[in-house]
Design a protein around this ligand. Structure first.
Ligand SMILES: *Cc1c(COP(=O)(O)O)cnc(C)c1O
Length: 339
């Protein structure tokens, strides 16, 4: 797009029309407007919910212990938070040109009690994520069998068997990051005789040594191993954690999207056959949408270049199809203090 500059005959100022044009065209405006309406609706919903809450409480007050009352208020909040997250995912899916049912929402329930998981389940959700083998093995039997559990923590070889035997309804392991763990999982699934286990290959896109995952350069090789050397595993896509401050490091998600392109080329599969698991409470919309939707606010100086991107239709898309959301649904986590 070109900037049209002219001198306003009245004021004598030079005007640049391109800026106005960008604002009018920008999906950002649309986005702000939707978010504004959404926020208004949410706050009126919250008000409604609160008033319903007070009535219920008044009725229940005579019968219920104060501690239980507090717990049920928190539980109600988790179900409401789930609905709000699902709505945001729905909208982000539409903005990124996907059907909402193409996006998997994994409710990450680590360190949260089974009662809270049950509340979110009762609100209709079936997909939950856990990080620690001992915790999921304890929790799963206390909760309904039709939950699809995703294991999203680092997995050690000696924990594979307890995980698989303790959680028969384990749907997915998102954290396969080397051949050794892939082989262990493959063998254990075969020995137990359960149905093939869906897996994601975890990629370390941020280069931080504290993060697990295969190097992006080794990604294709590991995926090939999983899909052709592990008959009991079903390769479903790639997963990454990325840096917490997405806005400064959108390249983490871009890196995973590039890995997806390479994997699809190497295996001769369509992108729909290689999901991307990225995005958590703080950045799931960004992971689904891609940064051009957000950057205009962050870096006004580059507005013109971005508008070029829009007008030529080359919008960079992160394209996450599997978001893992914990604290926004369940509330902030409190880890037991280390002794
Ligand atoms: C804890 C965790 C999440 C959820 O994080 P929130 O910021 O609470 O949404 C997602 N993915 C992984 C791998 C996690 O360990």
């Amino acid at each position: 797009m070109n900037t049209v500059g002219f001198v306003d005959p009245k004021s004598g100022h030079t005007c640049l029309w391109s800026n106005a044009y960008i604002l009018v065209r920008s999906p950002l405006l649309n986005f702000c407007w939707t978010r504004f309406k959404e926020t208004k609706r949410q706050s009126s919903e919250r008000k409604q919910m609160n008033s319903r809450d007070t009535e219920e409480r008044r009725e229940a007050a005579a019968a219920v212990e104060p501690a239980e009352m507090a717990a049920s208020a928190v539980d109600g909040a988790a179900a409401a938070a789930l609905r709000s997250v699902l709505r945001r995912v729905h909208q982000a899916a539409e903005r990124s040109g996907r059907r909402p049912e193409q996006i998997r929402v994994v409710a990450v329930s680590k360190v949260k009690p089974p009662s809270l998981v049950q509340q979110v389940y009762n609100a209709g959700h079936r997909r939950f994520g856990e990080n620690y083998v001992q915790e999921i093995v304890d929790k799963a039997p206390q909760l309904p069998e039709d939950i699809e559990w995703h294991f999203i923590g680092n997995l050690q070889s000696n924990k594979v068997k307890p995980l698989l035997t303790g959680v028969p309804n384990l749907a997915m392991v998102e954290t396969v990051d080397d051949e050794k763990i892939a082989n262990h999982l493959d063998r254990a699934v075969g020995n137990i005789g359960r149905k093939p286990l869906k897996v994601f290959v975890q990629v370390n896109t941020s280069g931080e040594t504290s993060k697990f995952g295969v190097d992006p350069a080794g990604c294709v090789e590991l995926v090939k191993h999983v899909s052709s050397g592990c008959p009991n595993l079903e390769f479903c896509g790639l997963m990454t954690i990325g840096m917490p401050d997405y806005t400064s490091t959108p390249e983490n998600f871009k890196t995973l999207a590039n890995c997806q392109t390479e994997v699809c080329k190497a295996l001769g599969i369509a992108e729909e056959q290689c999901d991307l698991s990225m995005g958590m409470s703080g950045d799931f919309e960004l992971a689904m949408l891609g940064y051009p939707m957000y950057l205009p606010v962050l870096c006004l100086p580059f507005l013109r270049r971005l508008s070029d991107t829009y007008s030529s239709g080359k919008q960079v898309e992160m394209g996450s199809t599997n978001v893992r959301i914990g604290s926004t649904i369940f509330g902030a986590r409190e880890y037991p203090k280390k002794q």
